[in-house]
Design a protein. Structure first.
Length: 408
């Protein structure tokens, strides 16, 4: 087995011992190490493979400029920009197989930029004093970032922090050895969904698309899944998207923390990737289930999915706002977009006779969405439910037509 090289990044002027310990553990497990110093004021005890001067220069600046900024935040942003660019270049050159960054809030801020600069499949670990903290916004987490809490390690080594650091060192080396990166030669379909208690179209669609020679990646549309989906769509990872659960867009415009960001439903189209879209579970806004129900939702019906997640049912005006948001996002598309509008419901709880069914609300939403779509977007009214066979059949009909026209 070819040995793996891990890029170890940190401020070697203040965390030399800890970073050295990480490197020693990696080497002790048979790995190789490249070191990168992102300090500003001080110097490491021995030279790193990539110095702080190399880092600053890669970002078009210098250590002198960072110091002259007179502000530690501005200085570290200079270093973050250089680190992200240097790490991305070294990755493209095949210089390392995995990356680990150690830091407090400053180092973590930098680490998030570096992780976002590296593609999916490159192991990326952050050892941080603020891992899993609300200080870290979800939108800054790359799709496959791994984190471990750096407990008890703010000032020097001890048995507590060594436990965390040694696990992180083993984890990143193990990931570099085990990772199976996406196959760039096999076309991939990006699909969004929820679990089959709500949306079931994946069951017939995934094998049908695989029979046609495509790989299918299904993203759980609960905030982080949508962020990963949008990130990969923006990178051109998909031959086509089946974006059939756009509920995160409603979450975002109605102020839920369970958001995939303001760019939901835009990246595929702006990147020129064809989209088949359906507004699955449009009528629900997910909120954090273990927090008190916000007052704005107190008079709304709700569904407690589990102890983590509660879904609030939107009223007519709120549904119209969601429809309008879909129209706005899809207007920027530079590739074919076709929208499927099942008239019998867009989630299992939205079927006739189910607890959350609202026929009038559904009709209001569909009319607002169909009426507001830009001219280049084709809409299809379907006499079925989103979980019925007719829905999946129509999606495959559109996809096969695009294939015949060499659009996917």
């Amino acid at each position: 087995m070819t040995e793996k090289t891990i890029l170890v990044i940190g401020t070697y002027d203040t965390k030399d011992d800890e970073l050295g310990f990480l490197a020693d553990v990696i080497r002790g497990q048979g790995g190789r190490v490249l070191t990168m110093d992102v300090s500003v004021l001080g110097d490491p005890s021995k030279p790193c493979d990539y110095s702080k001067h190399d880092v600053a220069q890669e970002g078009g600046s210098s250590i002198a400029a960072a110091i002259a900024s007179g502000d530690e935040n501005r200085a570290m942003q200079i270093m973050a920009a250089g680190t992200a660019l240097l790490a991305a270049r070294l990755n493209s050159e095949g210089a390392f197989d995995g990356m680990i960054v150690l830091g407090g809030t400053m180092g973590t801020d930098l680490a998030l930029d570096v992780c976002s600069a590296l593609p999916l499949g490159v192991p990326k670990y952050i050892v941080s004093t603020v891992s899993f903290s609300p200080l870290i916004p979800a939108e800054r987490l790359a799709a496959d970032t791994q984190m471990i809490l750096w407990a008890g390690g703010l000032y020097g080594l001890n048995s507590v922090c060594k436990a965390s650091l040694s696990q992180a060192a083993g984890a990143v080396l193990g990931a570099a050895r085990a990772v199976q990166k996406p196959d760039p030669d096999k076309p991939m379909i990006g699909m969004t969904s929820l679990g089959t208690s709500a949306l079931k179209y994946v069951i017939p669609l995934k094998p049908a698309l695989e029979e046609r020679g495509y790989e299918v990646a299904v993203f759980h549309a609960t905030g982080m899944g949508g962020r990963a989906f949008e990130s990969l769509a923006g990178q051109g990872a998909f031959a086509c998207v089946f974006d059939f659960c756009t509920q995160e867009l409603g979450n975002h415009i109605h102020g839920s923390n369970i958001s995939a960001g303001a760019d939901r439903l835009t990246n595929a189209g702006q990147n020129g990737t064809p989209q088949i879209v359906a507004p699955g579970c449009y009528d629900l806004v997910d909120i954090v289930g273990w927090q008190p129900l916000p007052g704005k939702w107190s008079d709304h019906p709700s569904h407690e999915h589990n102890r983590l997640l509660t879904s609030v049912v939107l009223n007519a005006a709120e549904r119209i706002a969601v429809a309008q948001a879909h129209c706005t996002q899809l207007a920027s598309a530079k590739a074919p977009v076709e929208v499927l509008l099942p008239e019998l419901g867009l989630g299992e709880w939205d079927r006739e006779g189910a607890d959350l069914h609202d026929a009038d609300g559904l009709a209001t939403f569909l009319a607002a969405l169909e009426g507001g779509l830009p001219p280049q977007v084709k809409a299809h009214r379907l006499d079925c439910h989103i979980n019925d066979a007719g829905f999946a059949d129509k999606a495959l009909e559109i996809f096969d037509d695009w294939r015949a026209k060499n659009l996917v």
